[in-house]
Design a protein around this ligand. Sequence first.
Ligand code: HEC
Length: 188
Amino acid sequence: MKKLSHKLATLATFAAASIPVVQVHAEISPQRMADAIFAVIESDRAVYTKKVVNRLQNEEEVITADEHWQDEQALPLPAQMLRMGAEGVAEKDLGVTYALMSTWPINKQNEAVTEVEKKGMDFIMANPSKRFYSEETLGGQKYFTAVYQDIAVSEACVTCHNDHQDSPKDDFKLGDVMGGVVLRIKLD
Ligand code: HEC
């Protein structure tokens, strides 16, 4: 017994001495974090629109995407998928929020509201290959705010918006910047 506890003590000393203390010095900037989160949002949004909505609605014509998807036994709109995901993230209270916006919104609630959102939307429209980064204080809380282009990656984006009765614009083309994704990260 004595021998065993001695052995264990020796092992413990050996283990403590041989495990290096790992110190993580690297920090991720809010901009890198925002870019990475946006890459996931953008990719999921394109996959859903191309492989689900465009394939089943526009090509195979087996089901439509509809705002009232629950009542109509339809697919949720890509914008609704994004919003449902954003609500799930907001509930986790990680200090990350995001939303879809546009200068020509079908839903008026998707218009830019804050000064930074307005500046960001103007910037990404005028500079389609650049991203917009800023900081803002809302309700006493400081945020890193990024605005990214939301692009018409599929024919379904274009036809649905151009044909929609509430759309203020009816000449969207494939590849156009149709709006923007505003992503906020809470700063300490
Ligand atoms: C089947 C119809 C449909 C398809 C497909 C569709 N949208 Fe939309 N989109 C809508 C509707 C309706 C809204 C408003 C929904 C809401 O806010 O609840 C919307 C919202 C948006 C908004 C926010 C501003 C606004 O118009 O209210 C943007 C930006 C947008 N869509 C871009 C796109 C892009 C880009 C694609 C393709 C990746 C796409 N949409 C695919 C119907 C569609």
